[in-house]
Design a protein around this ligand. Structure first.
Ligand code: C2O
Ligand code: CU
Ligand code: CU
Length: 869
């Protein structure tokens, strides 16, 4: 709960504080005219710590400790405690305060800190306590949450102190020397004056700020807060006062006792016990009470009525919370082992078995523990001549390999480029050609070149229907602007022992592109087995932007897989119209974690899955920036809280971990249904990976506001607008097939763009699922999206077209076309005449048979007057 109300409250709340009020010994009060002295012992109603920080990023509202003095942090080491008590709720108006003692329990100190004076000063403005909670020793604090007091905020992130470090009275109200661990007290005339002023003017009560020795580091004293487990160590304030005349004990129906005058008591529904009657001890009739069990398993003593109001289950009058006999909620408990197991257990049962509890009510969808493997970073490919990042040539063997996909899984047999999954990253530069000798070196366990595929092949699909279940491969550079003879034409496959020499001119903009297998009718199997890798094109203009680089620039290939407990990759023998794994792999590990420094990262994210679309967000809902997509940088960063990526799409994301306290864990989570867009919540695998924030400062510069110039293409410059309808049809092979304009790969070519011209392609999705449509050879720009309905079999657009989302502006090679949506893209065809595929990048769709080809025609051969088909 967020406590953002002012500390001081008007009187009338005293009934709520019965539990806070303890019987105190009657003290002799000398020199007062009143015959009575009352004493109350109240608990703090707010506490927090001000952590020195220019940004106010750190707080600890719900933490169990607060600090005063300086910690051992290298910089920003000052800490100031904040504590407030609802005095007016416990002491009747017009009372005279005669004595005040504040008790704080000091629970941790550096052995060299010695005795330090801890002083209290009156806080001069209201402040809050949010839900931030540093669960460690708390010296570093946790990320601030809404309503938290911070070094600069009274209420994060909208209201500020006049002066950083808090607003407080000049004079010290009380001080005490604090040395070893134990209970300490502050008292004296300064505290009496403060509390008297708060009784007289409750709206000025903002509690005290605790100051330690700020002259030297490692002097801090750590005190317990109202959130600490041991009740006796919580801050409490003992106030002795003489109530005004004409007041007395007022008994509320719930048994609370407070000192009021007769009218106030009667108006609040209480029963007045007569002038000068006392609440010490409380003699009000108490309603029956007993153990009340909350749904989270916690136990408290309350009346049957109060328990029902709080939504709890009442255990009966006189029942006890010692021991807690409330039913404990169960949740998913991940127990590491060989292999790890998940079972539904209560928190305590889970901890007793050394497990990781994923929260009350969470369920075991996974049979492997997440976040136990470090994120692998694919190696950078080494050329055989030339240099990485420049003109170079490479030898890449496609091999059958063994790799561990998770700590608790045995080795998995995979296919990898150059012995690894994902393949090595090829670093390329704009206009500096790269050639690759792609060798199919797939061998069986005995080292013999494979004659069959590793997975069962459905031989009724186009491709294997003539080639059989052979282990054919052909590598395509997705996003490459490549002559067709090097593009990985799906029928130009190599059998084991065969190879192809491809040349990539890299005459294109810098971008995150990728290479993957494209063999006709078995692409889904070859990519599933591991045949994919990154290919990064850079240029000097991009390098000059100072984006996070080196350790702070990481490519993330996100792919789902189904894996047997023996480590085997599972994939159905017969073609299915889509396929979803229940485990998410990033760079070849199931649910990995990444240790990050406190700063910006550039993540080049690829959805390299067969069918699964992802909607990615950070678990704390933090914003991040999209700086690029398929075709490279956007013109400017776009700030988002989530992004959807379909198979084949890339997003270049800038994420800042600089605002998190060391030790903070942030998850990258997915919420996209499968199939997509599907039904919310259905088929979702939420876990993707985890970031663990370390203590080191990383790349602190945010991405620049201007990234590069992207000139929008003018629709009027297009020479033709082609309509391509996406539909599913019944089919003898596999039961159904996906088609474009009712046509398939082997049907005659119907699109022959002339090189040097620009066209508009209009994808019309007449099916129930989204299709990420991809063109080889050319990057395009999205013009617009428009919904439609079908009337008498005809597509009728509804509403007006809307522009693409800001993050998908710029250059793309794959565009997600949603059901009942028309998406128009504008595409220039340039440089290379030849045959190029265009297709849906859901690999199951591509294989059967949502892939067609276009033929680019050279105007040198055909002349400018050539008529377009
Ligand atoms: Cu990423 Cu034609 O493919
Ligand atoms: Cu491609
Ligand atoms: Cu599709």
């Amino acid at each position: 709960m967020n406590t953002t109300a002012d500390v001081a409250r008007p009187t009338g709340h005293s009934q709520r504080h019965r539990a806070l009020r303890l019987v105190a010994a009657l003290l002799a009060v000398v020199g007062l005219t009143s015959a009575r002295a009352e004493s109350v012992d109240i608990q703090a109603n707010l506490d927090n710590t001000l952590y020195q920080s220019a940004t106010g990023a750190i707080s600890d509202g719900k933490g169990a400790h607060m600090f005063a003095g300086r910690t051992n942090q290298a910089s920003d080491s000052i800490r100031r405690g904040l504590v407030a008590f609802d005095v007016a709720g416990s002491v009747p108006a017009h009372s005279t305060i005669t004595a005040v003692t504040l008790h704080l329990y000091m629970s941790r100190t550096n052995s060299e800190a010695g005795a330090r004076t801890i002083s209290l000063k009156r806080t001069l403005a209201s402040w809050g306590e949010g839900t931030s909670n540093d669960t460690g020793q708390e010296g570093g604090g946790a990320p601030s949450t809404t309503g938290d007091a911070t070094w600069i905020h009274r209420f994060y992130s909208t209201q500020f102190w006049t002066t950083a470090g808090g607003d407080y009275a000049a004079q010290v109200s009380a001080s005490t020397s604090v040395n070893a661990i134990g209970d300490y007290a502050w008292s004296g005339s300064g505290l009496v004056a403060d509390v008297q002023s708060w009784v007289d003017a409750p709206a000025t009560n903002f509690g005290w700020i605790l100051f330690g020795d700020e002259s030297a580091p490692i002097t801090a004293k750590r005190f317990e807060t109202r959130e600490t487990n041991t009740a006796s160590q919580r801050p409490h304030l003992i106030i002795t006062f003489a109530p005004p005349s004409n007041t007395g004990a007022c008994c509320a129906t719930n048994g609370d006792c407070s000192i009021t005058n007769q009218a106030t008591c009667t108006n609040s529904g209480g029963s007045y016990q007569g002038n000068n009657s006392s609440c010490v001890p409380n003699q009000c009739p108490q309603p029956p009470s007993g153990a009340c069990c909350a749904s989270n398993g916690s136990c408290s003593i309350s009346s049957a009525l109060a328990c029902a109001v709080s939504g709890g289950g009442y255990s009966g009058n006189g029942t006890s919370c010692e021991p807690n006999q409330c039913p404990q909620p169960a949740g998913a408990c991940c127990i590491a082992g060989q292999p790890g197991t998940c079972s539904s257990l209560s928190l305590s049962a889970c901890l007793a078995q050394g497990g990781m509890f994923e929260g009350a009510g969470s369920s075991c969808q996974v049979d492997l523990c997440p976040y136990v493997d470090a994120l692998p970073r694919p190696a950078v490919a080494t050329p055989v001549s030339g240099a990485s990042g420049a003109a170079a040539s490479y030898e890449v063997a496609i091999q059958q390999i063994q790799q561990k996909l998770h700590r608790d899984l045995p080795q998995t047999t995979l296919w990898g480029y150059d012995g690894s999954y994902p393949g090595p990253t090829i670093e390329a530069a704009k206009d500096q050609p790269v050639s690759v000798h792609w060798l199919n070196d797939l061998r069986d366990g005995n080292g013999v070149l494979r004659t069959t595929h590793l997975l069962p092949v459905d031989t009724c699909l186009t491709g294997p229907d003539t080639e059989g279940a052979t282990a054919r491969t052909v590598t395509h550079l997705h996003g490459g602007h490549t002559p067709w003879t090097s593009d990985g034409y799906p029928e130009d496959t190599s059998l084991p022992g065969q190879s192809r020499n491809y040349t990539y001119p890299n005459h294109q903009l810098p971008a995150t592109i990728w290479y993957h297998d494209h063999a006709m009718g078995i692409t889904r199997l070859n990519v599933y087995l591991g045949l994919a890798g990154f290919y990064l094109v850079r240029d000097p203009a991009e390098l000059a932007l100072g984006l996070p680089a080196g350790a702070y620039e990481i490519a993330l290939a996100i792919q789902d897989r189904a894996i047997g407990s023996d480590g085997t990759l599972l994939y159905p023998a017969a073609w299915q119209e889509d396929f979803f794994g229940d485990k998410i792999l990033v760079n070849g590990k199931v649910w990995p974690y990444l240790d990050v420094d406190r700063g910006w990262y550039r993540f080049r994210v690829l959805d390299g899955s067969n069918s699964r679309t992802y909607t990615l967000k950070l678990s704390d809902g933090a914003t991040f920036k999209v700086i690029g997509n398929d075709g490279g940088l956007l013109s400017a960063p776009v700030t988002v809280t989530q992004i959807t990526l379909a198979p084949g799409e890339r997003a270049d994301l800038a994420i800042n971990f600089g605002g998190y306290a060391p030790g903070t864990q942030v998850l990258l989570e997915n919420s996209a249904p499968a199939p997509y867009p599907g039904v919310p919540g259905v088929g979702v695998v939420a876990q993707v990976m985890k970031f663990i924030v370390g203590a080191n400062t990383g790349h602190t510069a945010a991405p620049p506001a201007a990234l590069r110039t992207v000139v929008p293409l003018n629709p009027a410059s297009a020479v033709v607008e082609r309509t391509l309808e996406l539909r599913k049809v019944d089919d003898a092979c596999g039961g159904s097939a996906w088609t474009i304009n009712g046509l398939r790969w082997n049907d005659p070519i119907t699109e022959s763009p002339l090189l040097g011209t620009t066209e508009i392609w209009r994808f019309v999705n007449r099916s129930g699922m989204a299709h990420p449509m991809h063109l080889h050879l050319s990057m395009f720009q999205i013009l617009d999206r428009q919904a439609f309905t079908v009337v008498n079999g005809n597509v009728v657009p509804t509403g007006s077209p809307s522009p693409p989302g800001a993050w998908e502006s710029g250059w793309k090679d794959t565009v997600l076309v949603n059901p009942s949506e028309i998406v128009r893209v504008i595409v220039p065809f340039e440089d290379y005449a030849g045959y190029y595929p265009y297709h849906c990048h859901v690999l199951e769709h591509e294989d059967h048979d949502m892939m067609r080809q276009f033929q680019t025609l050279s105007d040198v051969i055909f002349g400018n007057g050539f008529e377009l088909p």
